[in-house]
Design a protein around this ligand. Structure first.
Ligand SMILES: [Zn+2]
Length: 164
């Protein structure tokens, strides 16, 4: 597997990501995120995002960003996907693919999850094994473990309470 799309210089992390990715249909997941982006409701920012969340049971749950005239109630694509999944009883996840760029334009940048979405991932995912894929296309993407994007994150384990 090519090293370019894995950003971490840590060889242990690199090896772990390569192993984890064997269980993730990366291209399919990115394709679903690209489709979901078409539904983005972003009249204020004009920035359209799509996400596709892969559950451990094999289901894929998609989401888009949904904005609001009052701004505050807006929701990111990643959280839309997570909240859809959890509201339907799905709480175990392997990976998420994210695509974003100005609406109507070609996806020419990597859209990383905001801090709030990283925290929501932390609630439901193992930071050492949950995979975050940011993509420009099905073949141009970067891969991270959640713990790389949210180092030393605070989560359910800190409260000694299972979120299940
Ligand atoms: Zn977000």
């Amino acid at each position: 597997m090519k090293r370019e799309f894995i950003q971490d210089d840590n060889e242990e992390m690199n090896n772990r990501l390569v192993q984890l990715l064997k269980a993730v249909p990366v291209r399919d997941l990115i394709a679903r995120a690209i489709e979901a982006r078409d539904y983005s409701y972003c009249p204020y920012s004009g920035y359209a995002v799509g996400a596709a969340l892969l559950a451990k049971d094999g289901k894929t749950i998609t989401g888009c960003n949904i904005e609001n005239a009052a701004y505050g109630p807006s929701n990111c694509a990643e959280r839309t996907a997570f909240f859809k999944a959890v509201s339907e009883g799905v709480r175990s996840f392997k990976a998420i693919a994210i695509v974003g760029s100005p609406k109507g334009k070609k996806i020419d940048q990597f859209a990383f999850p905001c801090g709030v979405c990283r925290q929501v991932m932390m609630e439901f995912c193992d930071p050492g094994s949950f995979i975050v894929i940011v993509a420009k296309s099905e073949t141009d993407y970067k891969v991270f473990a959640l713990e790389e994007l949210l180092p030393e994150g605070f989560g359910p384990a800190n409260l000694d309470a299972e979120a299940k």
